[in-house]
Design a protein around this ligand. Structure first.
Ligand SMILES: O=C(O)CCC(=O)C(=O)O
Length: 317
């Protein structure tokens, strides 16, 4: 994911930004949760499903995104630096610290440098008190790592360096509950009743100043199948452009619980997220805040108040 620091400058102007609504002008308004409609005739295949998820469902997927989805064998942006890290959320809640332990030359597929041999990344979580005073070792607080989490990949693993799916990487299939949610949501974008087969998902974690530059998702073999994209946490601006960067994009708000489908023509369009709203009067997460008011959820609530999570599910082949 491109962040504020690395984001390419693109789309210098936008077509509109509705102050209160979520769909651009000309769109078909949909109010009932779960009902869908193509958002605008000019983007055949773009579907906006406002309030598709109940508050309970949003909380469930937020917890899964923070607890389960970053678990190995799923890879995250942290994997390349630290190797596989397990139980990051629990470590962050318990104020643990990640320390580097003895390096050794071992075979490690994870960081294959060609000859299969590389320096093992060997890190583990410890208590603060376990770190010897004066000891020289690389340490990072789990809570800091949690904030540095930018993406995790589920199902078939996407290799960002090669920009393709690497089927040889160890992976688990997409969790059943996520697969059936995506299948149900994809129905309006599958007009001939074909089956949508969720094979991979990318989970994006956005902090206050993060953005996702304009791009087209072009690594899947079959572009007739939709991308099912779930918004959780703070509101964002989503830009939907055309098939080239020259076309002026249209801006819309995406809020927690909204789902967007990109199919047909829209599947080939540039899109991105230039802004997320973490300011308390703009984030629009009051239902989530009430739902996450228990003591157990205090860490997750703090995270949600400063973040947006997007889960986008794809059929690859
Ligand atoms: O965060 C979003 O809503 C869009 C994510 C996206 O476009 C992507 O991961 O390719």
């Amino acid at each position: 994911m491109e962040t504020a620091a690395t984001c390419r400058l693109w789309w210098t102007s936008t077509r509109c930004l509705p102050p209160t609504g979520s769909c651009p002008p000309g769109s078909v308004g949909v109010t009932a949760p779960g009902s869908t409609a193509p958002c605008s005739a000019s983007w055949t295949g773009f579907y906006f499903i406002p309030g598709a998820l109940s508050t309970e469902e949003q909380c469930y997927w937020i917890r899964e995104s923070l607890k389960t989805f970053p678990q190995p064998p799923n890879r995250t942006n942290l994997t390349a630096i630290y190797g596989s890290i397990s139980d990051l959320l629990t470590a962050a809640k318990n104020q643990k610290i990640l320390v580097e332990v003895e390096n050794s030359d071992v075979e490690e597929k994870e960081q294959n440098k060609g000859d299969g041999k590389t320096e093992a990344k060997n890190f583990k979580f410890v208590e603060d008190s376990e770190i010897q005073k004066g000891e020289e070792c690389r340490t990072t607080r789990a809570i800091t790592l949690m904030r540095k989490l930018r993406w995790s990949t589920l199902g078939l693993q996407f290799d960002w360096s090669k920009r393709n799916y690497d089927v040889s990487l160890p992976h688990k299939k997409i969790p059943d509950a996520l697969a059936s949610l995506a299948k149900n949501m994809a129905i309006p974008a599958m007009p001939f009743g074909e089956e949508f087969k969720p094979e991979a998902a990318i989970v994006n974690y956005y902090g206050p100043s993060d953005m996702l530059g304009g791009h087209v998702d072009d690594m899947e073999a079959d572009w007739t199948k939709p991308i099912v994209s779930i918004s959780l946490g703070c509101k964002c601006i989503f830009l939907l452009g055309g098939k080239t960067r020259d076309e002026v994009p249209t801006a819309m708000f995406l809020r927690s619980g909204d789902i967007v489908l990109m199919a047909g023509e829209a599947r080939e369009c540039f899109h991105g997220v230039p802004r997320i709203f973490t300011e308390s009067n703009q984030q629009e997460i009051s239902a989530l805040v009430s739902q996450l008011s228990g003591e157990d959820d205090c860490f997750i609530l703090h995270y949600v108040k400063n973040s947006r999570i997007n889960i986008n599910i794809r059929q690859v082949y």
